[in-house]
Design a protein around this ligand. Sequence first.
Ligand SMILES: NC(=O)c1ccc[n+]([C@@H]2O[C@H](COP(=O)([O-])OP(=O)(O)OC[C@H]3O[C@@H](n4cnc5c(N)ncnc54)[C@H](O)[C@@H]3O)[C@@H](O)[C@H]2O)c1
Length: 441
Amino acid sequence: MSKICVVGTGYVGLVTGTCFADLGNDVICLDVDHERIDKLNKGEMPIYEPGLEQLVMQNVHSGRLHFTTDYTEALKGVEYAFIAVGTPSGNDGEADLQYVRSAAEAIADHVDWPIIVINKSTVPVGTGDWVAEVINQRRNSHPLEFSVVSNPEFLREGSAISDFTNPDRVVLGSLKKEAAQKVALLYQPLRCTIMITDLRTAEMIKYASNAFLATRISFINEIANICESLGADVTEVARGMGLDKRIGPSFLDAGLGWGGSCFPKDVKALEHMAVLHGTQPQLLQAVMEINRNQRRRAVMKLRKLLGNLNDKTIGVLGLAFKPNTDDMRESPAVEIIHLLQNEGAHIKAYDPQAMPNAAKILHQVELCDTPYAVAEGADALLLATHWNEFKQLDFTRVHEIMRQPVLLDGRNLWDAEPLRALGFKYIGVGRAVNGTLQEEE
Ligand SMILES: NC(=O)c1ccc[n+]([C@@H]2O[C@H](COP(=O)([O-])OP(=O)(O)OC[C@H]3O[C@@H](n4cnc5c(N)ncnc54)[C@H](O)[C@@H]3O)[C@@H](O)[C@H]2O)c1
């Protein structure tokens, strides 16, 4: 059993802390957000993540998981301090390291014994060295015995617990191999591949992985747009490609593009790093541009279907950036809603989990309790997030209550033919039928 502190209780920190507690460690999670910690201490979850509430409660009851806002209490006697704070985009697209800095400074201020500082936040290449400098400067004439290990996190919101407990690999980067090996012991019960590298390589693995996944999505979206012009069906194209073992099926779903708390800021940060160091990252720039365009194309399609969007009512199904999360950061739905509002459209919306966040973020949007309330009186329905509960709506009812039976399936969730048979005008992304363009249907 090891004593661990996790700084930051967001999607990564809370899952990390809870899973390490579940593996038998003594874990204390710290956050500067008092409301968040109060909630956790009352047994309420500050975020939605499937299975998390139960796992938190189990480990709190077993006495292995604690929450605090107090650094002195959090760091008392710990051997491992994980930093899992946010690294949002700065003004120029760089990663903003202010939260990492304050976490590193707090560790320097509250520890007087050998400690391993493990960075789980996604940070620019070179940040591990910088964290060591921050700690050394802070300690000044009272040096601290510590090592920095980079341990990038690859979990996905919506399946975070199983991603953490069944990782494809764990990456540990350090200038001190023994420190990385000590952190590896924490992961040993997971029986997964553990890759030990130097600090900068570990940091780069995270950015390169996210940029590659974003590239796959932008690639298939570009193919989808070409399919729309040429009369092919991208869902079948992606299936045909994905059956090739060299390609594989994942991250080949055409849609409204990638969003969330990671891909947008990480691709931007990698581009920023590249430009700053004299490289021209043309591919990354194109990947981002295709993604921006995908949102604009959705609005263009609605304009084509409905004419002028002024005073039209558009119902939006799904607001989270993907299913099984309440996270709306950089959600395509949010950007499309703003674009539609700029054209004078009235928006109604519903999401199974993101309504509390939606109420904080969205303005002049009629938030509804059910998909049917969204459909009522709408001139078009836009499916923005492919939640399971949208798969089998009662489309006869939807058809009756909409003002115009127009469906824009931004995630290619629904079968076109039965919907067309019910009298809907259905458009997906990159889905032509028998070589005819969808817009002509
Ligand atoms: N969300 C994901 O799916 C995911 C996946 C992999 C990696 N990451 C990376 O992990 C990091 C954390 O992401 P997240 O989504 O969990 O962020 P988040 O915004 O959900 O949570 C960050 C938490 O850190 C807290 N915090 C900020 N400064 C602090 C400080 N000085 N001391 C203590 N707490 C502090 C905030 O109050 C917040 O609760 C980011 O760098 C992100 O890029 C995220």
